[in-house]
Write a protein of this length. Sequence first.
Length: 80
Amino acid sequence: MILIRILLLAFNVAVVAYLIYRILQIQKSDNPNKKWIIAISILLLLIPTTMLMGFVKPSLIYLMLYPVAISLHLYLIRHS
């Protein structure tokens, strides 16, 4: 269980850094859907925070779904 928590923490640090980078890029762009993209990005940034605060327990479902959600979000905003 400790190994899963360490892996989740390392993954979350990388994801948070990249999402913040993409949010700053999108904020500078003239995309008409800019507000929606930033709102969804902030929501995805808050999910790991809730896990670290203890509201969401790390589980196999979280380990499988969160990377898929992040990947799908980044894929959909890749041209923004």
